[in-house]
Design a protein. Structure first.
Ligand SMILES: *Cc1c(COP(=O)(O)O)cnc(C)c1O
Length: 379
């Protein structure tokens, strides 16, 4: 099956008892057993639910993984992955990371004794320098957030494998429609399904997919033991969203290219960051490892003040000022004061996150309306 066909059919069979074409919402907490421990594959809904299973099979199919485990949120999925590690273990992560991931690493796991190095993962020399004999995990995000740097997944996955280190890619920004990390050698791939997979800004969820049996066993144990599971209604909404992933992504990427080209020419813009632009520093890697360049665009303003950025954002009307991304509607946000406010200012500055940086999540509206909305916001 090819990708578009998979979004509709991977792991999806008509329901057995009724023939329902769409997976029913199995709103139940427990399942009748024929005799103690004799059941139809489900015993208690924290451990498993058929609606959740349908979603897990679908995401596993899209990511070319043997298995997938779904969670109540992207952060719950990251938390489950991190609980595979112990005090003294060392983890290398990007210094341009989803803000919530950074908070989870530094405020929950670092105090418990897990060590982290936050570095520029586009530079292999920095990765080699950060590695110690305690390094157990490479945490990869690409494109990064919000600077949209591109990390070479194949190169890092090879390095990780050679040094007996696990590599996990947070693939939320690209979605499996544009990038499939397991095919590039990564051990596991993670999603906030809240974003492109759900696609309609109406549900929170997370997922980890992998063909590594040991990893999946540990994650299933986490699901069962800590219970950060998605409800059946949420799984249903995500399943429904994924069916249009390819068509939504195609339109969003087309619009993003228009918006990036417009911003790149605008006299008030200092820097336009979009992996599809020729001058993007990792344009070649993006071309190689992604099917297309995504629908996130970031830009900074000449003068570079927070006030300027905030004034700009208050003037847009089609772009809604909000956190999050990956929905059908276009969103505008200010990382320094919103998603990345929990990262100290010095750390932000060091990572190259400017005060005036504005991040756009491009939706599927008419490109002309999006460009006109931005044009009038420059004043
Ligand atoms: C949103 C997001 C998360 C966290 O997911 P939630 O579903 O909000 O918990 C993790 N990583 C990335 C890249 C994200 O964009």
């Amino acid at each position: 099956m090819r990708f578009n066909t998979k979004t509709i059919h991977a792991g999806q069979q008509p329901e057995e008892t009724s023939g329902a074409v769409m997976p029913p919402i199995f709103q139940t907490s427990t399942y009748a057993q024929e005799a103690p421990n004799v059941n139809k594959g489900y015993d208690y809904a924290r451990v498993g639910n058929p609606t959740r299973t349908a979603l897990e099979k679908l995401i596993a199919g899209l990511e070319e993984a043997d298995e997938c485990a779904c969670f109540a949120s992207g952060c719950a999925a990251i938390d489950a992955v991190l609980k595979m590690f112990r005090p003294g273990d060392h983890i290398i992560a990007s210094n341009d990371l989803y803000g919530g991931t950074y908070r989870l690493f530094t405020r929950v796991f670092e105090p418990m004794g897990v060590d982290f190095s936050f570095i520029d993962m586009t530079d292999m020399a920095d990765v080699e320098e950060a590695q110690t004999n305690q390094t157990k995990l490479l945490w990869i995000e690409t494109p990064t957030n919000p600077l949209l740097r591109i990390v070479d997944i194949a190169e890092l996955a090879t390095f990780a494998r050679d040094h007996d280190i696990l590599s996990v890619v947070d693939n939320t920004f690209a979605s499996p429609c544009l990038q499939r990390p397991l095919t590039l050698g990564a051990d596991a791939v993670l999603h906030s399904t809240t974003k492109y997979l759900g696609g309609h800004s109406d549900v929170i969820g997370g997922a980890v997919a992998s063909s590594n049996k040991e990893v999946m066993e540990q994650l299933r144990f986490q699901v069962k033991t800590t219970g950060a599971v998605p409800g059946p209604m949420d799984c249903y909404l995500t399943l429904r969203g994924i069916k249009t992933l390819s068509v939504r992504m195609r339109e969003s990427v087309k619009n993003a290219k228009r918006v990036a080209a417009f911003l790149d020419e605008h006299p008030q813009v200092d820097q336009t960051i979009y992996p599809g632009l020729q001058h993007h520093p990792q344009h070649d890697i993006a071309e190689r490892q992604m099917d297309d360049f995504g629908a996130m665009v970031s830009f900074s303003l000449k003068g570079d003040s927070q006030e300027q950025a905030q004034a700009f954002m208050s003037r847009t009307s089609i772009f809604t000022l909000a956190e999050s991304l990956g929905g059908v509607e276009s969103l505008i946000s200010h990382p320094a004061s919103m998603t990345h406010a929990s990262i100290p200012k010095e750390v932000r500055k060091k990572a190259g996150l400017k005060d005036s940086l504005i991040r756009l999540s491009i939706g599927i509206e008419d490109a002309d309306d999006l460009v006109e909305d931005l044009e009038q916001a420059f004043g």
